[in-house]
Ligand binder design. Structure first.
Ligand code: PXL
Length: 274
């Protein structure tokens, strides 16, 4: 009976207002009926206006967090979020390689919705060369696609080329998140490229709301939760997209500006038809 319940891990920063980072991940794991563990990589002080202070955790503390989970739990899937700098990426890569924590979803967190940088520019190359090759799934947003692939995106063809380039860097399955700013204002289209080479666009309605903090965290966490339960990749991605869309489409009044998404609405929704 030991460890039969599905367990997932977030390796991420703590966001003090609970809207993003590991808090959003843990809300998502809970909503998808998966037990959530967390390796904290950094602490961020902030609220719905922005981030006001940030400190990385010491790597020997992170090593101990990994060790304690490996000694006792059966983590079936893991995700990364904020990793702050090169030293931290290298430490997480080494620990993940030593552990047996299942597929890895990499949310290559670079910038918050408020425009605060959460990964040093000097770490972009470490992200490309060390972390991407471990990514079972990579979930960059539009900005991160441009930064990682070093391609400015003006068209669908640019998005496809950038995604293919990230796959040659080692990421197996990629969901490259579109921007409503380059399409029209009524839909957001993400480009998905699977390990098999199959590719397709996923569309969801665009919601004109500021309450979108934690969107990327929750999308990658939802994919992680589904992989921990054994959901097939394509279905896990489609479900996560629908989950986040429901959470954005039913805003809750928390905070004054860039508030959190609504995990309860997403929890209640049915995804049986997917
Ligand atoms: O949503 C990106 C993100 C990731 N991780 C932490 C954050 C944020 C955004 O605020 O604070 C810790």
């Amino acid at each position: 009976m030991t460890n039969t319940y599905p367990q997932a891990l977030t390796i991420a920063g703590s966001d003090s207002d609970g809207s993003a980072g590991m808090q959003a991940d843990l809300h998502t794991f809970f909503a998808r009926n998966v037990y959530g563990a967390s390796v904290i990589t950094a602490c961020v002080a902030g609220n719905s206006y922005g981030i006001h202070a940030s400190i990385p955790m010491p790597t020997d503390f992170i090593d101990q967090e990994f060790q304690d989970l490996a000694d006792d739990y059966h983590i079936r899937a893991a995700k990364t979020g904020m990793l702050a700098d090169s030293e931290l990426i290298n430490d997480v890569v080494r620990n993940y390689q030593q552990a047996d924590f299942g597929p890895l979803v990499v949310d290559p967190v670079i910038m918050t919705k408020h425009g605060n940088q959460l990964l040093e520019e000097s770490a972009f190359e470490t992200l490309r060369t060390k972390l991407l090759p471990l990514a079972t799934v990579l979930t960059p947003n539009f900005y991160e696609v441009e930064k990682i692939a070093e391609i400015t995106i003006h068209s669908d063809a640019d998005m496809v080329a950038a995604t293919q380039k990230m796959q040659t860097m080692g990421a197996k399955n990629i969901i490259a998140k579109g921007s409503h700013a380059i399409a029209n204002q009524t839909v957001v289209r993400d480009f998905v490229l699977l390990e098999s080479g199959e590719s397709f666009w996923l569309s969801q309605p665009y919601h004109d709301t500021d309450r979108v903090n934690g969107t990327g965290d929750s999308l990658s966490a939802c994919i992680t939760a589904e992989l921990a339960k054994g959901t097939p990749m394509k279905q896990a991605i489609a479900l996560a997209k629908a989950f986040v869309n429901t959470a954005i489409g039913n805003p809750i009044e928390v905070g004054h500006k860039f508030g959190p998404i609504n995990h309860w609405a997403a929890q209640r929704a049915s995804y049986d038809q997917l």
